[in-house]
Ligand binder design. Structure first.
Ligand SMILES: Cc1cc2nc3c(=O)[nH]c(=O)nc-3n(C[C@H](O)[C@H](O)[C@H](O)COP(=O)(O)OP(=O)(O)OC[C@H]3O[C@@H](n4cnc5c(N)ncnc54)[C@H](O)[C@@H]3O)c2cc1C
Ligand code: SF4
Length: 578
């Protein structure tokens, strides 16, 4: 019988990953008129079902504490986001190295419960080599990216204040929330020490914006926000892309290989349909990889062909190299004066209302580059296990235990430094020659070693935290910013590093640089438009293209860069290049 073969659909662009980078690309490219297919390794997200913003502990199995109180990954109380370990998808570390990799498998990626700290990189951050001779300069300047920071901030909503701090540029800001009393206490201590302490800059709406409601200050951002008052790609980037009618989202689709045609260009993406466990293929005129920095490197390395035996676009051998994470160190203090504070509501946004940008920029320090300080504490809604430490230390039960919980509640403030790591030859990822994931895809093997500069920086963080605690009338205690009160760190592998230590590689979840951009095609993978030197219709739109990892958290820059890359791709498409 006569049969009609359905015509093969060829999309204008295939985007891989729906997080900060992929979501931004989807919005810009579909609104620019292109037909986009998006492959997302995880399921679709339904905020009404998946977010736990106003859920009570008793509504969850094990009261949200996990089986045996051990918690599961970041905890059952949080928005679905990602995991330190994913069943069937291992990664490995080379002998002598340790690295932690927090990955996501859901629409929106890790933006469903990121900390929403949204800082611009400064002009010097794009020119590190010119500033102190270490690392490399970016092929773009702050001025190239500034208009895109403007666009992202104006669209997603970032609160903050104009401060003119050197190398910590002001942005397009919504008004910041007022400081809590703990924050005022620390600000006063910082004033005494000449440490700059200013309103924080976070992607949370303090006024309604673009159809989204303003924050109602429930302080539960980590559980996901049903009113979309904070930023997630799933709620802020994907919906406008879908509304154009030009976005085809394929969920549970794990991209395995970018397929190259005879003309040396990417022509299709092969993926595992996780539901049917079958291999499928989408055809496309251009590919935007945004699977998160290390996953993007992995995908490129796994896309081997006769033209690219070492992985697509990897003639330089730079894919997987130049891996960095932020330098992290934590300390917490106990402030007895907070015990006497009259009970009042400390809620606000889910996160800090104030922070300390790097205040010694341009000065002579014991180490190169700098760090900023995040801090938190006070009487916000106690998380699961919030009183474990008191219970462990205090003999008794009933009224006396409750009194102890009440009097110590809110008296701890924790500090976290986030500093710049300079890329070094000992930190990189590559394909493990033996280990494969459950679909037979080779996994990443990590190599990691901090250099002396980062170790000195972490020691400086510790000394600074100590001086702030003492200037504020407190005493230093063991603990971390997320869990200021010590509460059995050995029980919970998700807690940050013990007091006084530098973080583990990858632990700060700012891993980046593995598919870097540059003007020299022999030492970089992408050009100044995040377009592969070797494959003109291949782009990368997450943190993999970053040339350096300044102290500022990376996600605002991921979005600004993805927007700029997408504008360029649109321009090229209009010229008929794809
Ligand atoms: C708890 C936490 C707090 C954080 N706080 C901050 C903060 O305050 N400020 C800040 O700037 N950053 C913060 N971050 C980091 C921030 O979340 C990431 O920088 C950002 O989400 C990275 O965006 P991305 O698009 O590169 O990747 P992701 O958001 O990780 O998204 C990648 C997407 O790609 C999908 N994917 C992966 N592999 C494949 C594949 N092969 N095929 C198809 N799809 C694939 C994943 O499922 C995922 O949805 C935090 C992260 C966490 C976990
Ligand atoms: S604090 Fe504001 S932004 Fe965060 S979850 Fe609550 S309402 Fe949403």
């Amino acid at each position: 019988m006569f049969q009609v073969n359905p015509r093969k659909t060829v999309y204008d662009v295939c985007i891989i990953g729906s997080g900060a980078g992929g979501g931004t690309a989807a919005k810009v490219l579909t609104e620019g008129g292109l037909n986009v297919v998006m492959l997302e390794a995880g399921p679709r997200l339904d905020p009404d079902r998946d977010f736990k913003e106003h859920v009570w502990p008793y509504q969850l199995a094990h009261r949200g504490a996990g089986v045996g109180g051990l918690g599961s990954n970041f905890g059952e109380f949080l928005a679905p986001n990602g995991f330190w370990e994913i069943e069937g998808e291992p990664y490995t570390a080379a002998p002598g190295s340790s690295f932690r990799w927090f990955r996501s498998r859901i629409e929106g990626g890790r933006t469903n419960h990121w900390g929403r700290i949204a800082l611009r990189f400064g002009p010097a951050d794009f020119r590190p080599h010119s500033t102190d001779g270490m690392g490399d300069d970016w092929p773009i300047t702050y001025e190239d990216l500034a208009p895109y920071y403007d666009k992202v901030e104006a669209y997603i909503g970032v609160f903050g204040s104009k401060e003119n701090v050197p190398n910590a540029p002001d942005g397009v800001f919504l008004p910041p929330p007022k400081p809590r009393c703990t924050e005022t206490l620390i600000k006063k201590a910082c004033d005494r020490l000449n440490i700059t302490c200013i309103p924080s800059r976070m992607a949370i709406l303090t006024k309604p914006l673009n159809g989204r409601d303003a924050c109602h200050y429930c302080a539960q951002c980590g559980r996901g926000c049903k009113s979309a008052s904070n930023f997630s790609s799933s709620q802020v980037m994907i919906p406008p892309a879908a509304a154009t009618g030009r976005l085809t989202m394929i969920a549970n689709a794990m991209a395995r290989e970018i397929v190259v045609g005879e003309n040396g260009r990417a022509e299709a993406v092969s993926y595992i349909d996780k539901t049917s466990k079958s291999e499928q293929r989408v055809y496309t005129k251009a590919v935007v990889v945004a699977a998160s920095a290390c996953e993007s490197a992995r995908l490129l390395l796994n896309s081997r062909s006769a033209s690219f035996p070492n992985g697509i676009a990897n003639s330089s051998g730079a894919v997987g190299r130049y891996l960095t994470d932020s330098v992290g160190s934590d300390l917490a203090g106990y402030f007895p004066q907070l015990e006497r504070m009259p009970a009042h509501n400390h809620d606000g946004v889910g996160g800090m209302h104030m922070y300390m940008p790097w205040w010694r920029f341009g000065k002579q320090n014991q180490f190169l580059r700098g760090y900023h300080i995040e801090f938190g504490g006070g009487r916000d809604m106690p998380g699961v296990g919030g009183f474990d430490g008191v219970c462990e230390e205090h003999e008794g039960y009933g009224v006396s235990l409750k009194q102890k919980c009440r009097s110590s509640y809110g008296t701890f403030i924790g500090f976290s430094g986030r500093g710049e790591m300079i890329p070094n030859g000992k930190c990189f990822c590559e394909l493990d020659p033996e280990v494969k994931d459950q679909w037979g895809i080779p996994v990443l093997r990590f190599h990691w070693q901090w250099s002396e500069n980062e170790i000195k920086m972490a020691a400086d963080m510790q000394a600074t935290f100590r001086s702030i605690v003492e200037a504020g009338g407190g005493t230093v205690i063991a603990g971390t910013r997320r869990h200021p009160k010590p509460q059995g760190m050995e029980k919970n592998p998700d807690m940050q590093q013990p007091v006084g230590k530098i973080s583990q590689g990858g632990e700060i979840i700012h891993e980046l640089g593995t598919v870097r951009m540059g003007n020299d095609a022999k030492a970089s993978v992408l050009n100044a438009h995040c377009q592969a030197h070797d494959v003109k219709n291949l782009f990368v739109a997450d943190a993999a293209p970053f040339v350096s990892n300044p102290d500022k958290n990376p996600t605002l820059t991921i979005m600004a860069l993805a927007w700029r890359t997408s504008d360029y791709l649109l321009e090229q498409a209009k010229k008929g290049e794809f």
